[in-house]
Write a protein that binds this ligand. Sequence first.
Ligand SMILES: Cc1cc2nc3c(=O)[nH]c(=O)nc-3n(C[C@H](O)[C@H](O)[C@H](O)COP(=O)(O)O)c2cc1C
Length: 181
Amino acid sequence: MTPIHLLAICGSLRAASSNRALLEAAQELAPEGMVISLYNGLAGLPHFSPDLESAETLPDEVTQLRSSVAAADGLLIACPEYMHCLPGSFKNMLDWLVGCTDFPGKKIALFQAASRHEYVPEMLRDVLKTMAGEVVEEACLMLPARSNALDKRAISEDKLSAARIQDGLQTFADAIRTARS
Ligand SMILES: Cc1cc2nc3c(=O)[nH]c(=O)nc-3n(C[C@H](O)[C@H](O)[C@H](O)COP(=O)(O)O)c2cc1C
C-alpha cells in the first residue's frame, strides 16, 4: 500500500498549545502506512505581501511552506479562535498559500481542540473553500477541551479521544486512497 503523508499545521504559536498537542497525539495514533509531519515554520513566515510573489522575490520560508504542502497527500489543521477570528499568524500563512498552485483540491481534515469556538470552525471552512481546498467533513473532529492545558499524553491516553482521532485519521486515509484510485 502506498504510504500517506500528512502535513499537520497548528494555528497556535503557544508553547503549550492544546491544538498542537492534539496534532502530536495524532502523530502517535496514526494508522499503519500514515506519516504525519508537523509544520514548524509558522512563526518564521514573513508578513504576506503580493509584491513578494515573483520567483525572484519569494521568501525562502514561503518556498519551503509551498513545497511541504505540495508533497503532502493531505493537510491536518488544528487552529484556535482569537477574537472570534483566525489567529493572525495562521491567516498570514493562508494568504501565502493562495499563490500555491498545489493547494487547490488538497484534501484537508480539521482537528480542533476547543472549549467553545463559535466562529472559527465555520470561518475556516469558508476561507479554505475560497482557496479551493477540499475539507473532508467526515474526517473532521472537535475535541472538547475544558481548559487550554491539554497535553499529548492526556489526549492519547483518554480512550474516547484516542478512538475519535484514530477514526478521523482512518476516514481521512480512506478518502485520500479513494481519490488516488
Ligand atoms: C488573544 C486571544 C483571543 C481569544 N479569543 C477567543 C475567542 O474569540 N473565542 C474563543 O472561543 N476562545 C478565544 N480564546 C481562547 C483560545 O481559543 C483557547 O485558549 C485555545 O485553547 C487556544 O488554543 P491553543 O491551546 O492551541 O493555544 C482566545 C485566546 C487568546 C490568547
